[in-house]
Design a protein around this ligand. Structure first.
Ligand SMILES: C[S@@+](CC[C@H](N)C(=O)[O-])C[C@H]1O[C@@H](n2cnc3c(N)ncnc32)[C@H](O)[C@@H]1O
Length: 99
């Protein structure tokens, strides 16, 4: 397999665009399927703004947001309230998940 490139990149415009996504406005179809206590793995979670809404929907179920690029999740990870600590982030390549 040849190396892949994430063509959107991680520049300010790209981060701003993906950070504007939320679970209600980009994943309502999926929110409808979630119930408290479910466990989720969000692969390619980007900045984690969608992941945060998913974590609220399944609380207290565990949610892991996973992405290739650490910078993507730094800002949201620091904003998660300790009392809502069902959400964590990790760096992982979808082709080599540590599970
Ligand atoms: C368009 S963003 C989607 C962000 C988020 N899921 C959303 O809907 O708002 C795609 C994300 O996939 C990640 N990605 C690309 N290739 C990946 C790979 N091989 N393994 C894990 N994540 C990857 C990128 O770093 C980027 O953050």
């Amino acid at each position: 397999m040849t190396a892949e490139t994430y063509t959107l990149g991680y520049g300010p415009a790209s981060i701003a665009m993906t950070s504007s996504c939320t679970a209600p406005n980009h994943a309502q179809f999926f929110l409808n399927l979630l119930e408290p206590g479910m466990r989720l793995l969000d692969i390619g979670c980007g900045p984690g703004t969608v992941t945060l809404g998913l974590a609220e929907a399944v609380y207290p179920g565990e949610v892991i947001g996973s992405d290739l690029e650490l910078k993507q999740t730094e800002s949201i990870a620091s904003s998660v309230e300790p009392s809502k600590a069902n959400l964590s982030f990790q760096i992982a390549d979808v082709y080599q998940l540590p599970y």
